[in-house]
Ligand binder design. Sequence first.
Ligand SMILES: Nc1ncnc2c1ncn2[C@@H]1O[C@H](COP(=O)(O)OP(=O)(O)OP(=O)(O)O)[C@@H](O)[C@H]1O
Ligand SMILES: [Mg+2]
Length: 312
Amino acid sequence: MNTLADRQGKQPIIAAENLSKVFTSGIFIRARTEAVRDASFEMYPGTVLSLIGESGSGKTTIGKLMLKLIKPTSGKLLYRGQDITEIKGKDALRDYYRKVQGIFQDPFSSFNPLFRVDRVFDMVYDVFLPHVKNREERTAEVLESVNLNPARILHQFPHQLSGGQLQRLLIARSLLLDVDVLVADELISMLDASTRMGILNLLVDICRERGMSILFITHDLALGYYISDYTMIMHRGRLVEKGATEKIYKNPVHPYTKMLFNSVPDIGHKWDRNEKFVPEHVEREIEAFYRKNAGQGFTYVDAEHGVLLSAE
Ligand SMILES: Nc1ncnc2c1ncn2[C@@H]1O[C@H](COP(=O)(O)OP(=O)(O)OP(=O)(O)O)[C@@H](O)[C@H]1O
Ligand SMILES: [Mg+2]
């Protein structure tokens, strides 16, 4: 991808090359869902990449592929140049799971309700950082850096903490592990507006300071604009538009992206899961767009701005 980071000579931390995932189900009649088709993208240190699209477009599937929770059907995912399907063996896998972490929508589900916070951290040390001597000191440091009071929080159970505090804890955990890549899937959608901005700003600061790379999966176009350096728009398993956030928001080319930006009634609008997302006439417009540009495939319309012009 011809990006600014590329031109500055930075190596991507993650590179997806023609990544596809097909889910099959049913014994007699095989139902086939092409959740992700032919996705290529790069993630660079110290940058946030947003992944935006309607429900069912394949966003979480991309996140799960990166976290090595599911295997690609075809194509490759490279982590610092290495194909992640080739990462095998206990030690190599543990290193990968340490460096590439996910934070999901519901922070409560990420914690064992029976363990107090100090126990959660103990387990992180036991599994990933057995050589660290000054555990208490390190824990206090990371908790303070996410604005949590160690003395207050360490002896509490998850149900005694708010959603915002739990997400801060997850971020603190990532800091402790010194993660490279964070997959944040609808991270803040459960939080109220004020807590939300605090967590987002914290995340972006950490990303920049530590050279971490974040995949920020969201339904919220305004948040995407606010937080990300690069943006990818997903429609029916395809990345239909991607590149520098400014360029995509100022000059959308794909009819689906245009529809998204036109249909945002107010800042912070999110799709209702039951909403009919893509109106019939937009689907027809997309088909006509692909027909008109037949044979052109994914094309760069500008240095940092690519569009799927035809979908064969
Ligand atoms: N384990 C699975 N088995 C079969 N189909 C699946 C599986 N996981 C996802 N899918 C299908 O793949 C498609 C993409 O799903 P995915 O969860 O990636 O969408 P999403 O963009 O994250 O949606 P949302 O915004 O609702 O979270 C959907 O059609 C979904 O039903
Ligand atoms: Mg999802």
